[in-house]
Design a protein around this ligand. Structure first.
Ligand code: ADP
Ligand code: MG
Length: 266
């Protein structure tokens, strides 16, 4: 009941999407509550990235996508870009840009045409680069950075937008464990401040730290529920054909693959 009364940040009704002639998503109905972090999980090729691209308006679909209750295609592009920040999976491009300028791209929807960045634009970019531990990289070119450094700069671009809805596809790719923890803290801070975060994650243990799991399999939503709910855990195990297990470890849920036989060399 309480959930039904919560504000919906983004939702879909009967969404189907194809890539070329291949149907990928089938009849997806979703309601993602504002002020929560939802992790999208599922096997490789399940349609997670496709779903996120549909939510971002980057891939046309049949059915309805509603951002704050208003059809996504009814939003003026600039206004929509202020509401919704996007990080794609394995993004390339912009290799010659300085990390500072990449983060500044996140401010584009706020800036007047050809106007110099405002004081607030500078402050937002600086804060975003600091939040992702990318401040020291600001004068380096994107193409010179390691995978993890690059990912932190791209995350800074997302944060710099100061959008109330953040859509991120595999944001932890290439990040070492301390930077994964930083990302987690950033997400918690964003959600604590009222933002909605939707992230595709293949690190299931990290995904279980979210508020809700959206489990996708074969282009359909298999389950959508709180991360702490045993029903969600059972759905997660089912999504991976019983080849993983969810264990409680020190007050946290851990998802591990079953390993048939472990041999140690010692
Ligand atoms: P996930 O992110 O869950 O791994 P995707 O949404 O990327 O899955 O892909 C879903 C399905 O769509 C997969 O079977 C994939 O092979 C297919 N697919 C993705 N991109 C393309 C493309 N550009 N052309 C053809 N098929 C694609
Ligand atoms: Mg993907």
């Amino acid at each position: 009941m309480l959930r039904a009364m919560q504000k919906i940040a983004i939702g879909t009704h009967g969404v189907s999407a194809s890539i070329g002639n291949t149907p990928i998503l089938h009849d997806v109905d979703l309601q993602l509550s504002a002020g929560r972090w939802c992790a999208i999980v599922g096997p490789n090729g399940a349609g997670k990235s496709t779903l996120l691209r549909v939510l971002a308006g980057l891939l046309p679909s049949d059915g309805q996508v509603l951002l704050q209750g208003r059809a996504l295609h009814d939003w003026p592009a600039r206004e929509r870009a202020r509401q919704l920040a996007w990080l794609g999976q394995a993004e390339t491009g912009g290799e010659d840009l300085l990390a500072w300028d990449v983060a500044m791209l996140g401010r584009l929807p706020h800036r007047a045409w050809l106007a110099a960045p405002s004081e607030h634009d500078h402050a937002a970019v600086a804060q975003a680069l600091r939040a992702t531990q990318a401040w020291d990289l600001r004068a380096r070119r994107l193409g010179e950075l390691s995978g993890g450094e690059r990912q932190r700069v791209l995350l800074a671009r997302v944060l710099a937008t100061e959008a109330p809805l953040l859509l991120m596809d595999e944001p932890l790719a290439h990040l070492d464990p301390p930077h994964q923890a930083d990302w987690l803290a950033t997400v918690r801070a964003q959600v604590g401040a009222g933002a909605t975060v939707v992230s595709v994650l293949h690190e299931l243990t990290m995904a279980l730290l979210a508020d809700d799991l959206l489990i996708v399999k074969a282009g359909r939503v298999l389950h959508h529920g709180p991360c702490h709910d045993p029903v969600t855990h059972r759905a997660l195990v089912a999504a991976f054909d019983g080849r993983i297990a969810v264990h409680p470890v020190q007050g946290q849920w851990i998802a591990l693959p079953h390993v048939q036989e472990l041999t140690h060399a010692d």
